[in-house]
Design a binder for this molecule. Structure first.
Ligand code: 4NP
Length: 138
């Protein structure tokens, strides 16, 4: 799961998908930027996840690295900017083939960072629907 800062959207996506799959599935998240490396998820993401009985407070922000292309079978991005950053980073066509938008029809999950609390609720609901689809596909 990839977003810009790895503190708002992708930590939620990681927690939601993990909640729908067994521990046999290794799920992680990362940011394309390193502004928040080592930090906990945004408190608004922690709060909305907790409301839905998901604990994401054990996560820490990290930056996407090249080895992620080797470790993961699927790389889900939140928006078109993340998509372009990760595609630009890819070493070959095999890397590129792993990168998908998390929403159908290549829609963007809006960045809630500068918005209010209900932005996070909205993002949660979008990601929950997307993760239902992904868990069924997997
Ligand atoms: P995220 O949200 O990409 O969903 O984690 C953001 C978090 C921080 C910043 C931007 C987006 N920032 O500019 O610091």
């Amino acid at each position: 799961m990839v977003c810009l800062g790895n503190i708002c959207r992708s930590p939620l996506a990681e927690g939601i998908l993990q909640s729908k799959l067994s521990k046999d599935f290794y799920i992680d998240s990362a940011g394309t930027a390193g502004y928040h490396v080592g930090e906990l998820p945004d408190e608004r993401s922690i709060k909305v996840a907790r409301f839905y009985s998901i604990d994401i407070s054990n996560q820490r922000s990290r930056k996407f690295v090249l080895q992620d292309f080797d470790i993961f079978d699927y790389i889900y991005v939140m928006d078109a900017s993340n998509y372009q950053d990760i595609i630009n980073f890819a070493r070959n066509e095999d890397d590129k083939s792993k990168v998908h938008f998390i929403l159908e029809e290549n829609q963007n999950v809006p960045d809630p960072y500068y918005g209010g609390e209900n932005g996070f609720e909205n993002v949660y609901k979008m990601l929950d629907i997307a993760c239902n689809r992904i868990s069924e596909e997997l």
